[in-house]
Design a binder for this molecule. Structure first.
Ligand code: ADP
Length: 421
């Protein structure tokens, strides 16, 4: 085990794991800190926490528990993964978690680099840009939990850290690995422990990753991870792997569960129905009236499933969602639908479904919890940020967990077809 990662949310963990697999590391994602050691022959583990917006001391405690587990698993280098828009507040949790991990690892410097140029997240002179605008003028300005009103990451990180925060400017990054290392040394001499690092391209990310080869801890978005497997290969620790994305072949019935109401998912549900495939709608108002909607849907699906994959969807257009939320409340509506979809997932597995696509971040969380999944082996990418995965444990199930706005219009059928290609 080479690389141990701690991610502050579930879909962010998958994004990171997907990048590691694509760069040639066999990777496992765990849901929370595992209770015991895991029997899996992999190169990297990503522990998915839900620590982005909880209290800073709780985020620190969970992250340290994850670190302790990863150390016991034998990892040599550690990675704290946060969002590419640096989602945080003056209370944390990026600064407090980064400092606690550094202290635990005895690290004298760690980078902070959320850049992901492929997704138009770039950093110049410490300022994070989302597309063409500074972070503070992007939609993140109005985020309900972590509004980002300052694009200058040195200031943002300093406000939530005890350690001194400095900058590795793009001029050094563009000059390459040696110049970045020289800048790290100068910052350490100046008493800086956290270094925001500029990056405008994947070439920059690869140079940064190379310069961090001997850092015990890296804190970043998922971008810097692209360059880390090469460090391990250069050190002779990681062979060239053609099989990093391999998953077991699992024959069985297939289904799709969609609880996301985002624009992309609405299009994917429409596409599935328009192509004549079987679909069963889950009506939140019926659940609220006390009907056993999950049982009815499962009964309706039993004869259909043998013939073709079935879609179960609560997905609805914004107006319909608003009217349900107005009657039931946002949280109550969400919870009712998540419970019903999770019960459907359990029923499907009991009926022999072994290939399941789930749309929606919260929905995926509810399904994974209901199925008692502790860890996922990360497989081949379906669309950017969304890989197939296989559950670890007594029963192997193939899961594709898609956060709301990801995936092409034909994502559902395409992902299932990929398994037989
Ligand atoms: P996304 O990744 O698109 O944000 P999530 O699953 O994270 O998707 O969030 C969608 C939320 O909306 C879930 O809590 C889900 O239960 C809820 N939901 C799904 N369908 C409906 C609906 N028709 N009306 C109200 N809420 C819904």
């Amino acid at each position: 085990m080479l690389l141990g990662c701690i991610a502050d949310d579930f879909t962010g963990a998958t994004d990171l794991a997907n990048n590691l697999v694509r760069s040639g590391m066999r990777t496992l994602q765990t849901i929370g800190v595992p209770a015991a050691s895991l029997a899996a022959d992999v190169d990297a583990v990503v522990v998915a926490l839900k620590s982005r917006t909880i209290a800073a001391d709780a985020a620190v405690a969970q992250s340290l528990a994850a670190l302790a587990w990863l150390k016991r698993a034998g990892c040599r280098q550690f990675y704290f993964k946060y969002c590419s828009t640096f989602d945080s507040t003056p209370q944390g949790n990026i600064g407090p978690v980064a400092e606690a991990l550094m202290d635990a690892l005895g690290a004298n410097i760690a980078i902070a680099c959320p850049a992901f140029p492929t997704n138009a997240r770039t950093i110049y002179m410490g300022n994070l840009f989302v597309g063409e605008v500074p972070l503070s003028e992007s939609g993140m300005r109005d985020h309900p939990l972590t509004p980002m009103t300052d694009a200058n990451l040195v200031r943002v990180l300093q406000a939530q850290s005890h350690a001194r925060v400095g900058l590795v400017p793009w001029t050094a990054v563009a000059a390459g690995e040696a110049a970045i290392r020289a800048r790290f040394a100068a910052l350490v001499t100046a008493g800086v422990r956290l270094a925001v690092v500029d990056a405008l391209s994947d070439t920059d990310l690869y140079a940064i990753a190379a310069a961090c080869a001997d850092h015990p801890l890296i804190t970043a978005g998922s971008g810097v991870a692209l360059g880390l497997p090469e460090n391990f290969r250069r050190a002779g620790l990681l062979p060239q792997r053609a099989d990093a994305a391999d998953l077991p072949r699992v024959p069985g019935l297939a289904a799709v569960i969609s609880g996301s109401c985002s624009q992309a998912t609405n299009g994917q549900v429409e596409h599935w129905i328009a192509s004549g495939r079987p679909a069963i709608r889950i009506d939140p108002m019926e659940i609220a009236r006390g009907a056993n909607v999950a049982a009815a849907a499962l009964q309706q699906a039993t004869s259909l499933l043998a013939g073709a994959p079935v879609l179960f969807y609560a997905t609805a257009a914004p107006d319909a969602v608003k009217s349900v939320q107005a009657e039931l409340g946002v949280a109550e509506a969400g919870a009712l639908v998540e419970q019903a979809l999770a019960a459907i997932a359990q029923g499907l597995i009991a009926r022999g479904v072994k290939r399941l696509v789930v749309a929606g971040g919260e929905t995926a969380g509810a399904v994974v919890q209901a199925l008692g999944v502790a860890a996922l082996k990360i497989g081949p990418q379906i669309d950017p940020g969304v890989p197939w995965t296989a559950t670890l444990g007594a029963q192997t199930i193939l899961l594709a967990l898609k956060s709301g706005n990801f995936g092409s219009r034909d994502f559902f059928a395409k992902s299932l077809a990929q398994l037989d290609a």
